[in-house]
Ligand binder design. Structure first.
Ligand SMILES: Nc1ncnc2c1ncn2[C@@H]1O[C@H](COP(=O)(O)OP(=O)(O)OP(=O)(O)O)[C@@H](O)[C@H]1O
Length: 428
């Protein structure tokens, strides 16, 4: 196959040279071996410079010969150092990687491929740092599969560098495949009481902090693994001593036989409404306690009071929200009843974050008929399993899950930060 050529104009070539030079300077700053190379070069240069008088001599024009030698040594010194810095700023395999991207058509509007600035291999993890050359971050994410195929890697994450001009890709070799099952074990559970492990992605564990993301929405088609993911989160909550309330109108079969500590199972609308009202009372009580101790949130409060008075986090889990909120076919009274539930839940979603009350909602159908905007907008951490374009769009605001989550695997999810992961498995 013919390798496409980049037709770079002079300006772009100079710009690329400047970027490579800058990168070389940066890499020297952080790398002892490169510093040794530069020092060795400078040492050789100084030797030449000190002996420049004897490099070229002339009996007839000694002054001119000396000036000529000085000029040559200075030119050699200046261009030599620029060349060495550029070479050091040019990672091994740069040409191969840029050609592969070019071949895959991954270029900016001027047909230029991004510039590889750094390539770090640590164990099985490969980190690529690219100068994006004007290719927007969204395009990197959308074309993730093309990049994976071009470079024969499995991408774990794509992030933007601090200066917004660089793109950092963390990946593993293309032969990597997700294990069929990763059992949740005690050692997988994060120590921090606010953290929950969602599962594992190509380069490690994916952890979510309830302090940063108090409420979670999980979507996915039937059999994609939502309940297993929920169960693994519930188990971790129990382990951490949080109070858990599970709403499951499918008869609770997935939860009944688990003897979990601190867990209440709700299977009908009346009990649900009562429980939500109880939680709103709890929230009001917590408000008073936080105010009285001048605490902004549950974390501050728990630091100020003794172990006995500490507040427990309350986790409200909905397995298949459509079973609760879908009003299709309901009588007028039943609809009013569901609206009362929705209103209580909206209040908890809106106010719960500071008081340690969290929602985890899973559904196959998160459309407006099922999930009111006021609730959905507060579910700030989004996860989508196997799905079609519509479902992925509703959950993640983009269709990526439809393409990236393998259709033939269970327990695979894409999160809002475009990280593909395998959830922990918890069996019977
Ligand atoms: N993380 C996982 N690892 C391995 N297998 C999994 C995982 N998650 C789910 N599965 C498999 O997929 C099956 C279906 O999972 P689950 O019941 O959680 O799907 P669901 O999305 O809740 O389906 P539904 O919406 O129909 O209730 C499980 O019985 C299990 O065999």
């Amino acid at each position: 196959m013919e390798i496409p050529k980049q037709n770079l104009n002079h300006r772009t070539k100079i710009k690329r040279l400047v970027v490579t030079f800058k990168n070389g300077c940066l890499s020297i700053r952080n790398n002892r071996n490169k510093q040794i190379i530069i020092c060795a070069y400078l040492f050789v240069f100084i030797l030449f410079w000190l002996n420049r008088g004897s490099l070229y001599t002339s009996d007839y024009f000694p002054e001119l010969a000396y000036s000529f030698s000085s000029l040559v040594v200075n030119l050699f010194g200046t261009f030599g150092i620029i060349l060495i810095i550029c070479l050091l700023g040019h990672p091994f395999k740069t040409h191969q990687i840029q050609t592969a991207l070019l071949r895959a058509g991954f270029t900016n509007s001027a047909g230029e491929s991004p510039i590889l600035m750094q390539l770090i291999e640590e164990g099985s993890i490969i980190t690529y740092v690219f100068e994006s050359c004007g290719i927007p971050y969204d395009i990197w994410v959308t074309k993730q599969l093309d990049i994976e195929n071009a470079l024969n890697i499995v991408i774990a994450s794509i992030t933007m560098g601090k200066n917004q001009k660089t793109i950092i890709i963390k990946a593993v070799d293309g032969t990597y495949s997700y294990p069929a099952k990763i059992e949740l074990r005690t050692e997988n559970i994060p120590v921090d009481e606010a953290e929950l492990a969602l599962g594992e992605y190509a380069i490690g564990q994916l952890v979510l902090s309830l302090n940063l993301y108090p409420h979670i929405l999980i979507g996915g088609s039937t059999g994609s693994g939502k309940t297993v993911l929920l169960k693994s989160l519930i188990l971790q909550c129990c382990y951490k001593g949080h109070r858990v309330l599970i709403t499951d109108f499918k008869g609770g079969i997935d939860y009944l036989h688990h003897s979990w500590h601190n867990v209440t199972l709700v299977m009908d609308k009346h009990t649900l409404l009562e429980s939500l009202e109880g939680l709103i009372d709890d929230l009001e009580r917590r408000k008073v306690l936080l105010r009285s101790t001048h605490s902004a949130n549950i974390n501050e409060y728990n630091k100020k009071v003794g172990k006995q008075e500490q507040m427990k986090r309350i986790i409200l889990v909905f397995d298949e929200a459509a079973e609760v909120f879908d009003k299709t076919g309901l009588t007028k009274e039943e609809k009013v009843f569901v609206e009362r539930i929705e209103n209580r839940l909206s209040s908890l979603a809106r106010l719960g974050r500071a008081f340690g009350i969290h929602l985890i909602l899973s559904t196959q159908r998160p459309d407006a008929d099922v999930l009111k905007g006021q609730i959905k907008n507060n579910l700030d951490y989004r996860i989508c399993g196997r799905s079609d374009n519509v479902l992925s769009q509703i959950i993640l605001d983009k269709t990526d899950a439809a393409d990236r989550v393998p259709k033939d695997k269970q327990g695979m999810f894409l999160n809002q930060d475009d990280v593909l992961f395998k959830s922990y498995y918890i069996g019977e």
